[in-house]
Design a binder for this molecule. Structure first.
Ligand code: 5AD
Ligand code: SF4
Length: 324
């Protein structure tokens, strides 16, 4: 296993040296129309206060991030497919794009081809939409009846067709998931010719139906499985961007650093204002909910220095795979 992780790190360094790309993550709304069985933001979870940041609140964070040197902003939210929501995101993206040299990534779920096009024309050029699992049967088990695996695949192909730098990913350690599923997930990324991968451990949330299914892995096993998955994905896919996700830090205080030494090359510091952070809990024990953006940036910078990696804040950090 150690050899596998080291090999993955060598592959990563052959493309990126020791530099790590930063993406400023703004979780701008926790309102969601969907009811995924694993997620704390699911519509039927009445125990959270729903929020949507105003245009000005989002722009204020982006202005700060831009001055700090960030060149990639990720706007993430629960899924809302109304035309009003799409208009809102288009407006925000257009304004963000007026700031020099900024790239906008979206992570706002399933939409129509038309809506994805509108957002692209507004200036968003990257999109993250996780497949969650490439096994259609498992997908069915972790989503309510009105979700469709085929629709999710269709959305991914729309994004690629429009020309987005497209990212996808899965959850690791889902109840009922096998190692064979994970291997198929990697082959799926390869087959879909994906540019970016974001994956992390599944962490149960007590206000969700999936909580009732026993998780068969200890934290240590879950961490090892996640690192194995990241390393193997790097070795198989080679030149894509791979995120060291925050969820890794929820299961190990140094989870993200471990991932960065095992194939990952991207960090997504949370820039969401503190007052909203503890309302954006996809899973429980989410780290960094007591911090502000500045603290997260500095903390991650320190963590990188400790492992001999270098923060590349000013680079927009395109996926070499996409450029090729
Ligand atoms: N544990 C880990 N990841 C989760 N997500 C949602 N719920 C959980 C959970 N309980 C992830 C999904 C989704 C992303 C936004 O968050 O993969 O695509
Ligand atoms: Fe909504 Fe996304 Fe959570 Fe599903 S995973 S409930 S779409 S926020």
């Amino acid at each position: 296993m150690i050899n596998l992780l080291k090999k993955a790190n060598r592959v990563t360094e052959s493309f990126f040296g020791n530099s790590v790309f930063f993406r400023g993550l703004i979780e701008f709304s926790n309102v969601c129309e969907k009811n995924c069985l694993y997620c704390g933001l699911r519509k039927d979870n009445n125990s959270i206060v729903r929020y949507t940041m105003t245009e000005e609140e989002i722009l204020e964070v982006v202005r700060w991030a831009h001055a700090e040197g960030y060149r990639t902003i990720v706007l993430q939210s629960g899924e809302v497919s109304s035309p009003k929501r799409v208009d809102f995101i288009c407006r925000v993206v257009e304004k963000i794009k007026k700031m020099e040299g900024i790239v906008v990534s979206l992570c706002v779920g399933e939409l129509s081809m038309e809506d994805y096009k509108r957002l692209f024309n507004a200036g968003a050029t990257r999109f993250l939409l996780r497949i969650e699992t490439s096994n259609p049967d498992l997908y069915k088990k972790i989503h309510p009846q009105d979700h469709s695996f085929t629709k999710r695949l269709e959305c991914l192909s729309y994004l690629k067709e429009i020309g987005y730098q497209t990212g996808t990913g899965i959850m690791i350690g889902l109840p009922g998931q096998t190692q064979e599923d994970l291997i198929n997930d990697m082959l799926f990324f390869k087959k879909m010719d994906i540019d970016m991968v974001g994956m992390g451990p599944y962490i149960p949330h007590s206000k969700t139906p999936l909580q009732d299914y026993p998780v068969h892995l200890t934290r240590k096993e879950l961490l090892d499985l996640s690192l194995w998955m990241i390393a193997s994905t790097r070795i198989l896919l080679k030149d894509v961007n791979i995120v060291a996700t925050t969820a890794l830090q929820a299961i190990d205080p140094n989870g993200r650093e471990k991932a960065l030494l095992a194939g990952a090359n991207v960090l997504m510091p949370i820039l969401t204002p503190k007052k909203y952070r503890n309302q954006y809990l996809l899973y429980e024990n989410k780290p960094c909910v007591e911090e502000e953006g500045k603290e997260c940036t500095n903390c991650l910078r320190r963590r990188l220095t400790k492992i001999g990696k270098r923060l590349d804040l000013k680079l927009v950090g395109d996926s070499p795979h996409f450029l090729r």
